[in-house]
Design a protein around this ligand. Structure first.
Ligand SMILES: *[C@@H]1O[C@H](CO)[C@@H](O)[C@H](O)[C@H]1NC(C)=O
Ligand SMILES: *[C@@H]1O[C@H](CO)[C@@H](O)[C@H](O)[C@H]1NC(C)=O
Ligand SMILES: *[C@@H]1O[C@H](CO)[C@@H](O)[C@H](O)[C@H]1NC(C)=O
Ligand SMILES: *[C@@H]1O[C@H](CO)[C@@H](O)[C@H](O)[C@H]1NC(C)=O
Ligand SMILES: [Ca+2]
Length: 354
């Protein structure tokens, strides 16, 4: 079943609190990597753009899985590989988190213990040496002249209440945009965030938080406290959306092979698909099976809990505007999700322009 049919059904169902009908225009803010969950999300979004189920308006790159310059380089190649490089601009974003720099991370290590889990870019300092994807660097695509923060601000003003931000990395670019021009905040249609953990352990340094929020907790806090409709896809959900070997094989062994399935064949098998769940939940809210409206915040103290999600079931501060509540998804329809995942990751690439 195609998404358009899902949407037709969704039309007759009560939609979730933060779901405002068809997704429409989407900016993806991403700590890009070639064929990890961010790269998969872009490949899926490009197909949804081609079939007009979303309108992808730009890709803004942030630090996270990799330093920003490497994510940017990999994303330039990705749009060429997908054949969307003349339609979708790639914008360079924040190079370091708002406060939680590599130096701060090193201090944390010395005070609170060594890293035992995933720390993304912080496995080393930024060497500045770019590494090519398996199929080489981009040959003819360069970043847009405009910076990510300015692009976000300009786009939201140009299309008031029409732009959804799919935020699948640390929230640095979005927080900076909200601070540079606070008038965008009430004009953002919705932010869908992959990040945070509420009742499950984290996957970042010493297990405190989820990696995106841990890498830049201050920016996460800015975005979580903004008066903007928000849907959160936390680890609590993504920990329950495991990809099976059979599903892997459907993509890796797909005939005919595509540049995406070829890349997929060589990735290290890993049970989680994180960011792709956020895209799916954005385009098809009927996938959401357990939605709760919660007040969500993030620990910013300089301690072992830095970056950990904080949650209240009710507004903790009298007078807080109700729009600061978040929709949090705890369960999706895994079977329908993986049907969509396999479908979108096996469609022909490069995508023919329309
Ligand atoms: C971190 O690891 C290094 C090298 O293994 C070790 O020398 C150091 O004592 C560790 N620090 C803490 C706080 O555990
Ligand atoms: C998903 O995979 C992880 C890691 O292999 C495992 O610990 C967990 O129990 C699995 N969860 C589900 C819902 O299958
Ligand atoms: C999935 O495949 C990997 C390697 O291809 C293998 O190590 C693992 O045991 C398989 N998992 C299951 C549940 O069959
Ligand atoms: C909450 O904020 C929205 C948007 O700024 C505003 O329209 C609304 O009146 C506010 N509600 C309360 C109770 O302050
Ligand atoms: Ca990501």
């Amino acid at each position: 079943m195609r998404i358009s049919q899902f949407l037709a059904i969704a039309f007759f169902l009560p939609l979730g609190w933060a779901s405002a009908g068809q997704p429409g225009k989407v900016i993806i803010d991403t700590d890009f990597n070639t064929i990890g969950d961010d790269g998969q999300t872009l490949a899926m979004a490009a197909q949804l753009h081609a079939s007009k189920e979303i309108e992808l308006v730009g890709l803004t790159i942030t630090i996270g899985n990799q330093y920003q310059a490497q994510g940017l380089s990999d994303c330039l190649k990705a749009v060429e590989r997908l054949g969307i490089e003349f339609q979708i601009g790639v914008y360079a974003g924040a190079q370091v988190p708002f406060l939680h720099t590599y130096a701060a991370f090193q201090l944390e290590q010395s005070l609170f213990g060594n890293a035992t889990q995933y720390v993304g870019a912080y496995t080393s300092t930024d060497s500045g040496q770019l590494v090519a994807p398996p199929d080489g660097f981009a040959t003819h695509t360069v970043p847009q002249n405009q910076r990510a923060v300015d692009f976000i601000i300009e786009t939201v003003h140009h299309y008031p209440n029409q732009v959804t931000i799919l935020a699948i990395g640390p929230l640095t670019n979005i927080a900076l945009a909200m601070r540079q021009d606070p008038t965008i905040v009430p004009l953002i249609k919705q932010i869908v965030i992959m990040g945070g953990q509420l009742y499950v352990p984290g996957n970042s340094y010493i297990g405190a938080g989820e990696t995106n929020w841990w890498l830049d907790a201050e920016s996460a806090r800015v975005v979580l406290r903004a008066e903007v409709p928000r849907k959160i896809i936390p680890l609590d959900l993504t920990d329950t959306v495991n990809i099976s070997n059979d599903t892997y094989d459907l993509i890796a062994n797909h005939e005919p092979a595509t540049p995406i399935t070829d890349l997929f064949k060589d990735i290290e098998r890993w049970p989680y698909v994180y960011d792709t769940v956020a895209l799916a939940s954005l385009v098809d809210p009927t996938l959401d099976l357990d939605e709760r409206i919660l007040y969500v915040d993030v620990e910013c103290g300089f301690n072992e809990a830095y970056g950990r999600g904080l949650v209240w079931s009710e507004d903790p501060y009298p007078g807080t505007n109700v729009t600061q509540l978040s929709s949090v998804i705890f369960k999706i329809d895994n079977s329908r999700f993986f049907d969509l995942y396999v479908d979108l990751l096996t469609r022909p690439v490069p995508i023919k322009s329309h």
